[in-house]
Design a protein around this ligand. Sequence first.
Ligand SMILES: C[S@@+](CC[C@H](N)C(=O)[O-])C[C@H]1O[C@@H](n2cnc3c(N)ncnc32)[C@H](O)[C@@H]1O
Length: 363
Amino acid sequence: MKKDLFKHKPLTAYDAIYEAQKIAYAPLIFQAVRTMRELGVLTQLDDHKAGITSKEIAKNLSLSTYAVDTLLESGLSCGVVNIDEDELYNLSKTGFYLLHDEMTRINMDYNHYICYQGMYKLDEACKTEKPAGLSVFGEQWETLYQALPHLPEKIKNSWYAFDHFYSDAAYPIVLPIIFESKPNTLMDIGANVGKFSILAAQYNPDIRITMVDLHDQLQNAINNVTEAGLSEQIGSLAMDLLEPSQNFPDGIDVYWLSQFLSCFGKDEIISILQRIADVMGEEQHLYILETCWDRQQHEASAYSLINTSLYFTAIASGNSKMYHSDELIDCVNQAGLSVRRIHDNIGICHTLFECGKPGPTQG
Ligand SMILES: C[S@@+](CC[C@H](N)C(=O)[O-])C[C@H]1O[C@@H](n2cnc3c(N)ncnc32)[C@H](O)[C@@H]1O
C-alpha cells in the first residue's frame, strides 16, 4: 500500500467533534448539494461571478427565498458556496467542480440513483452478506446485475455512465497490450453492453470475439454489436458464472475480464478463475482489468474506490468489493494461475494484470 495514503493529521478534540458532525450530516449535505445542482442554484452562482443575493436566485428560478436560503446556508457550511461582506453569494472552487466536473457529476448521480436508498440497509447487508438494499428496486433479484437491464432508464443510465466513464478511458490503452500475442480469438467475460468487444473488433478485424454475460444483459450487447455491423466477428454466450457447473469452452487465445471480478466474493472469484484455468494452455492469456485502491496515484481515487465497495455490499451482491491488489493476486494463485506482468496507472484508475498458466520455468 502507498505509504502516504490516508495519513490522518492529529486533531484537537474540538476539530475531531466537528469532523464527526460532518460525517453525521453527510447524507443530508449530499442531498442539499445535489438539489442545488439539479434546481440550478449552482448554475446561478456560476453565472454571477461577482455575487448574487438569495432573493435574486429565488426569483430567477421561481423558487421560494426560504428554499434557496436553506440550500445556500447548507452549501456555505460545507464549502460549496461562499458569501461576501455584502451578503452576496458566489460559487467556491469545490462548487465549481461539483457543477462542471464530469467525473463528480457521474459519481453523484450514481450515488443518488443506485446507492442512496439502498444504503439504508447496509447494516443488514453486513450481517447477512446479501445485498439487502437491492430490495428498493424489487424483491425478485439476487444481485444488481440481474436487475440492471430491467431498471427504469434514469437509474440504469446512471449505472452505465458510472461503469463506462472509468473503463472507457482504459480500453484504448490496453488494446495494444492485449494484441501483442497476436490472438485469433478473445472471450469478453462480463461484456456488459459490448463496448470493449466492439472496440477490439474494430481495432483488429481478424479477431473473433465471444461476449459472455447474463442472458438478459447480453441482449443489449447483441443489439449494439448488430448496430455496429459486427455480428460476423462477435458472437455471444449466455452464462451465469455464479453457477459452478457453467464451464468455459476451450480454444480461446485471450480471456478478458474487465471490472468483472469486483462483482464477486473471493470464493466465487477463485471458482471462476479455476474454470478459466481448466481450459487454458500455457500459451493462452488471461487479462484482468481492475481498480485496486492500493495502487492509486491519488488519495482521492483510493477514497472513491474504497467507498464504492459499500455499493457492492449493500446493493450489488453483498460479498464483493473493490479489492486490494494482494487479494486479487492471491485469488489468481489459488486458481492455479500466476500473474506475469502488472501495468499500473491505466486510464483514470485501472491496473491490468496479465495472467497465465505457470510454465515449467515458472513453477
Ligand atoms: C461492472 S460490469 C463490467 C462491464 C465491462 N466489462 C466493463 O469493463 O465496463 C460487470 C459485468 O459482469 C456481468 N455479470 C455480473 N454477474 C455475472 C454472472 N453471475 N455471470 C455472468 N456475468 C455477470 C454484469 O452483467 C456486467 O455486465
